[in-house]
Write a protein that binds this ligand. Sequence first.
Ligand code: GAP
Length: 488
Amino acid sequence: MQNDKKAPETQWGLNEIISHCKEYGFIFPSSEIYDGLSAVYDYGQMGSQLKKNLRDAWWKSMTQLNDNIVGIDAAIFMHPTTWKASGHIDSFSDPMIDNKDSNKRYRVDHLIENFAETLKEQEAKELLDEMDRLLQADDLKSLYDLIVKYNIKCAVSKTSNWTEIRQFNLMFDTKLGSVSEEADKIYLRPETAQGIFANFLNVQKTGRLKIPFGIAQTGKAFRNEIVARQFIFRMREFEQMEMQFFIRPGSQMKWYEHWKAERKKWLEEIGIPSNKLRYHNHVKLAHYADAAVDIEFEFPFGWKELEGIHSRTDFDLKQHQQYSKKKIQYFDNDLNEEGKPIGNYIPYVVETSIGLDRLFLTVISMSYEEEKWLKEDGSEDSRVVLKIPAKLAPMKVAILPLLKKDGLPEIAKKIFDDCKPHFHCFYEEKDAIGKRYRRMDAIGTPFCITVDHQTKEDNTVTIRFRDDMKQERIKIDELKGVILKALQ
Ligand code: GAP
């Protein structure tokens, strides 16, 4: 492949990524045969494997590589009092405003932020600072006045005929059993964290864990997002990977800084370029936090939150102690300065929380490339390639006989059978080899193995590398070892 004379790079954005994900079996709109369901998506044959690889990488880094973190898998449904105690029934809401002409509903911060993008830098900063101040003070009336003052209009009706601002709770509810009475109302969890808090004593006691220690969990969460947009960035059903780290009161800033650094380091270790990650301190703190920071990624639509690190104090355990009327405390038998055991306390918590779907979008966004180059004869060639880090790629190797005859498929199938217990392999014999390479590039397969006539003579095959399209000859005997080394 001659890609030394590169033509100018094409620009691509979220739309290209959405189409690509659908065309190659990564993500489909949910129940598409019925025209889909807003902000709900299904992962296809490639997507579910990539998602699993991301989940496994996170789980391993948390529970296997940290000897003081254990994993659990709590139920989605929890006793409804959980959400009263956690504050979600009273406070888990977003300020919304409706345009009376278009009936379109906006999250107030999104409406103002989008408008700020049309202003000069200084003016935008002043507006956003004022918005942050009012959001923090929960001053809905002044937020409304701000929208009126700047004459912010609805994108659909182009009018500024607004309702007053109201708070909307984001939790989905349903009924337990067959009786539809208020008493049986339960919620689909809006975060996985509460399953960890509710099990704090179970896990601490049965695991005989000593503070500091962590409990990790991955699982589905549900939020009735009013403005669900940007593909899998903001969904109504999504998956979280959360870890609550239980610590001594007073040590929270030390651990907050520790996890802030550790989580960014991990994101870089799995292959996210460091210049595409940054910290963003929260201005408006959630009802449970005394410090909070986002790790943001530069998505095709701008810098947005990928992961949150929150210092949650003893808020959650204290609330569950109060509402359950069960003592949720830890006895610390380490000695204090006076040589006596520190004794009982409610632990403080530092939480790390990342959306698996958002991490998926991050990996696809950073890997997607449209490449064009001029061949030696002057004609243009092109490909779409997903340069997914090999460790995370859904399919590791494609095994391709050059022709469908002369005994080449038999040799290729033997290699396939030999490799498949060790890593995900793909076998294909249909179409010209160039076309097959392109299909493997599009799903991000890092290695293609081609069996040709020379293979019959000297037991070698070509190995083609996805990223630079270079090819080398390699002995069949060495193949497995070379690939396993690259996947380490
Ligand atoms: N337990 C803390 C918590 O839930 P959060 O900032 O609301 O905090 C944590 O959510 C992470 O979950 C976010 O950083 C994001 O990656 C992911 N997330 C939140 N809402 C989401 C949604 N509607 N769709 C996809 N991912 C979402």
